[in-house]
Design a protein around this ligand. Structure first.
Ligand SMILES: [Zn+2]
Length: 215
């Protein structure tokens, strides 16, 4: 069984595809997440969007809040980004669903937002492609790491990080890439030096643990 933990469109090549949906999306796939991305914060309308997000996040097929987080390269004011992120942390904790995180050059602030708001839900850092030090800090927080396209790059940070993290705390994804999740599984198995069947079994277990569903 293949599981794609974060994608922006259905590719129909995995049993579970957690599709990142906009809160105004009309078409709904089998499994999805809702969140306000740090690039897409509407300065005038975000309070209404947050309200809507909280209502919709209760939907049974919505398995997580996100992607949400912080991005120092985004043109959106960084204080506003933190404010909107904190509200999403609170929503996730009220409804007890995991957070799928987008984070660029802001890991210290990310940890502050989560810890100062007593986050207790599982945290998945999506599209992970960061260095050894950041990996170690996030590991010590008990976070999960979701790897995608970067894994396929030769000698990428992601390819090193997956070995550092180990199979118990990882997920795989395609994000917005035109790529089959099957290739990501193949590469992950190769990097971890284990059989593809073992990684499938492990990721199923990881998914069941974090998203509290039986597959
Ligand atoms: Zn994404």
């Amino acid at each position: 069984m293949f599981i794609n933990t974060h994608t922006h469109k259905q590719l129909f090549d995995a049993k579970i595809e957690l599709v990142n949906l906009n809160i105004s999306a009309l078409e709904k796939p089998n499994n999805y997440s809702y969140g306000i991305h740090p690039w897409q914060i509407d300065t005038n309308g975000y309070q209404l969007e947050l309200k809507l997000l909280e209502q919709k996040a209760h939907e049974k097929k919505c398995l997580a809040i996100g992607e949400c987080g912080l991005d120092k390269l985004s043109s959106v004011d960084f204080l506003l980004q933190q404010q909107v992120f904190i509200e999403q942390i609170k929503i996730a904790n009220r409804i007890k669903k995991p957070l799928i995180i987008h984070c660029v050059k802001a890991f210290n602030e990310l940890l502050n937002c989560l810890n100062l708001n007593n986050n207790e839900v599982p945290v998945l850092i999506h599209g992970f492609n960061n260095n050894e030090n950041i990996t170690r800090v996030l590991q010590s927080e008990g976070f999960y790491f979701s790897f995608g396209k970067a894994l396929l790059g030769y000698d990428s940070n992601a390819a090193k990080a997956i070995k550092q993290v180990g199979r118990k705390n990882i997920f795989l994804e395609t994000d917005d890439a035109d790529l089959s999740i099957k290739y990501v599984y193949k590469k992950a198995a190769e990097l971890l030096g284990i059989d593809e069947d073992i990684i499938k079994e492990q990721l199923k277990h990881n998914f069941e643990t974090v998203f509290k569903i039986k597959l």
